[in-house]
Design a protein around this ligand. Structure first.
Ligand code: OGA
Ligand code: MN
Length: 279
């Protein structure tokens, strides 16, 4: 069967049909098709794929280097996304996925933001827990020339504290100390990619714009994020068990719609490591 790729919204996301778990690793043209489609659409949805964890990791290896740091799952390269602390010992940090973000803006080391992230639904929430996506390429492309010129020289400090404060506004001294151990990172607001495309670097980790008065800085960042994620610019994925979604983490921001801490929702995640810095 031939592969078809159909857009899911005007700005971001496409559904891929004609791909099966059984042939994922043997179809030699597929990795390139997926990488090209990711570049074009930002998010790819494969419904009903029922990927087993090993196949997921093996396929992701064809897209780039896979993160195999310990992930509380027997298969290296798989990390459990769950708010249940018995399934994921860093679950408490994951409530920050309820706010718009790019993965890997405040790494512990000098790692580049991840190239792509794949999630497969193992169990879904009875309500909530959809994942939403918005294109930061499109957000930049749709700006007028004057605004582009105004934003392009700006630099932004990103911190783990900024993103964690949104879900834990009154941290204990211990929490604050742990957040602050993670180094702050300075990134340009406008990312000029190797491909020549440009995107906005936005999301929960933005602390402030360098050299700008704090209130103005917050207002500018909030306004850009609000416009980038206006409802008509968002693709919202309603999960069914067996779905797999992959997104281009360089030009797409994402968030999970809130779901209860005791929800059975469990996603298996594989991360394709980044190859280019934000610059
Ligand atoms: C992530 C993430 C969103 C979700 O794994 O990086 O943000 O819907 N997940 O679980
Ligand atoms: Mn994320």
């Amino acid at each position: 069967m031939t592969i078809t790729i159909d857009e899911l919204s005007d700005t971001v996301g496409a559904e891929v049909r004609g791909v099966w778990a059984e042939t994922l690793l043997t179809d030699e043209s597929l990795p390139e098709v997926v990488l090209d489609a990711l570049e074009e659409h930002g998010v790819l949805v494969f419904r009903d794929l029922h990927l087993d964890p090993r196949t997921q990791v093996e396929f992701c290896r064809k897209l780039g280097e896979v993160d195999t740091s310990p992930g509380h799952h027997p298969v290296p390269g798989i990390y459990r996304v769950s708010l249940d602390t018995s399934k994921n010992s860093s679950a408490s940090y994951l409530r920050a996925t309820f706010d718009w973000h790019i993965d890997g803006c405040t790494p512990e080391d000098d790692a580049y933001p991840q190239k792509a992230t794949m999630l497969s639904a193992r169990a879904v929430a009875p309500s909530g827990g959809e994942t939403e996506f918005a294109s930061t390429y499109r957000a930049f492309d749709d700006l007028g020339t004057a605004e582009r010129d105004h934003l392009t020289p700006l630099r932004v400090v990103h911190t783990l504290e900024a993103s964690q404060r949104l879900v834990t506004p009154e941290p204990t001294p211990e929490q604050l100390e742990a957040w602050r151990r993670r180094p702050a990172k300075e990134h340009p607001l406008v990312w000029t990619h190797k491909s020549g495309r440009r995107s906005l670097v936005l999301g929960a980790s933005t602390d402030h714009i360098v050299g700008m008065e704090p209130e103005r800085s917050r207002a500018l960042l909030d306004d850009l994020l609000r416009r980038c994620t206006a409802p008509e610019r968002v693709y919202r994925h309603e999960w069914a068990v067996g779905d797999t979604v992959i997104w281009d983490n360089r030009g797409v921001i994402h968030r999970a719609a809130p779901y209860p801490v005791d929800s059975p929702r469990e996603m298996l995640r594989t991360t394709v490591l980044g190859e280019e810095p934000i610059e």
